[in-house]
Each structure stands twice: as C-alpha cells, then as structure tokens.
Design a protein around this ligand. Structure first.
Ligand SMILES: C[S@@+](CC[C@H](N)C(=O)[O-])C[C@H]1O[C@@H](n2cnc3c(N)ncnc32)[C@H](O)[C@@H]1O
Length: 206
C-alpha cells in the first residue's frame, strides 16, 4: 500500500466536490483513470457508497498498491484494478463498454503525462460515458495562457525540465478537446493549493 502525501491532502476536498455532483444516492458506475496509489478510490468508495468504482493504472506497481488497499479495506464497491493506458483507444480499456459509465475521475495526470494521454482521455471518456455522464479532472491548470501564482509557474518549469512533454495545460485547450468528444465544460471549482476541479458533462443526443 503505497502512500502519496498529495493524495492524502487533496482526497477530502475532492470528495466534497464529488459529493455535490454525484452523491445522489442513485447507484452509479465510475471509472478512475490513473488511480496512482489507490488512496483516492479507497476514500471515495468509503464516502460515496452509492458509487461502484473501477480503479485503473498504467504503472504495474501502482496496480499492486491499489489492489493492496482494496484487500485491506474489503470494500464491496471497488472492483479489482485494471491496466489502462489513457493514450490508447477505449477498446483497450479493460473491457469497459461504450456508454456504460456515469462518472470518470482523473486526478493529477493531465500535467504529468504527454499530451497524447490527455487527448486519449477525452476521446475515450466521450465513448464510455453515458449521455449526461460526468468527467471530473483535478490538478493545476493555465487559464487563458496564464499560469498563476508563481509557485505554479515554477512547478510547470520543473515538470518541463523533467520531461519536455509534461506541463500545465490550458483550460481552453481542454475545453476544446472535450467538445470534440461530445463533452462540455460545465463547472470550474477552485481547490486548495491553486488547483482546480474541472467538471465536463457529456451532451445528450437530441
Ligand atoms: C502524479 S501521478 C497521479 C496519481 C494519482 N491520480 C494521484 O493523484 O495520486 C500521475 C499518474 O499518471 C499515470 N500515468 C502516466 N502515464 C499514463 C497513461 N499513459 N495512462 C494512464 N495513466 C498514466 C502514472 O502512472 C501516475 O500514476
């Protein structure tokens, strides 16, 4: 059971946003893309019992950690973790069926992975969400070409030094990628430590 300090800090603020948008009491099916250690999915599953969670990861060591959390907490609403590469088409996403999900959550991946992962995320989520389903992404973002405050500018520089394909993405770019996949940016929620939650809704077919 790996532990990340950032996940420990942000899991409660994020679950508050989820509670408002998905804590309906109705039975919902959710996918977490890039679950990391498994701390988030464990916390969300304990707090929101109406949601059945499918954790996923790209990194095999993280898959082991997620499954260790699952075994430890014995949560009936968390499925075994699947391998998922967000840059690949949804047909490779562990058998997840088109239009089968009410919710997809993706925390702190968009800026710490190549742009192909973000493009694949929006494309795939556009396919696997039900009409009116919700995508929640969390992290630091640029707004209209500006990164603020200085600590996020420094963070962006350090990411790009580690990997030139990483870095903070602009919300307008994400919004246009979303639109190409039939989603629209419904809400932006300011979060602690200069992060944001972006809530994208899948449009209904008319
Ligand atoms: C900063 S970590 C965030 C993990 C977790 N969501 C959290 O907030 O603690 C970035 C995650 O992106 C995942 N990742 C990298 N490339 C990926 C890909 N192609 N598809 C899916 N996830 C990927 C990494 O394995 C890693 O777990």
């Amino acid at each position: 059971m790996l532990s990340a300090a950032a996940a420990e800090r942000n899991k409660e603020p994020i679950v508050s946003v989820l509670r408002e948008s998905a804590g309906t009491g109705r039975a919902l099916q959710a996918l977490e893309v890039s679950s990391g250690t498994g701390q988030h999915v464990t916390h969300f599953a304990q707090a929101l019992r109406n949601i059945t969670w499918q954790p996923s990861e790209f990194d095999p060591q993280s898959i082991d950690s997620i499954d260790a959390y699952r075994a430890h907490y014995q949560l009936s609403n968390v499925k075994p973790a699947i391998h998922l590469d967000a840059s690949l088409p949804h047909q490779t996403w562990g058998g997840i069926q088109p239009e089968s999900l009410d919710l997809v959550v993706n925390i702190n991946m968009i800026h710490i992975s190549p742009m192909s992962c973000t493009e694949g995320l929006f494309k795939g989520v556009g396919e696997v969400l039900k009409p009116q389903g919700l995508l929640l992404t969390y992290g630091p973002y640029a707004v209209n070409g500006q990164i603020t405050p200085q600590s996020n500018v420094d963070f962006d520089c350090s990411l790009r030094q580690r990997n030139p394909k990483w870095g903070l993405r602009d919300i307008s770019l994400l919004s246009s990628l979303a639109q190409q996949s039939g989603l629209f940016l419904e809400k932006i929620v300011d979060m602690p430590a200069n992060n944001k939650c972006l809530l994208f809704r899948k449009e209904s077919l008319v």
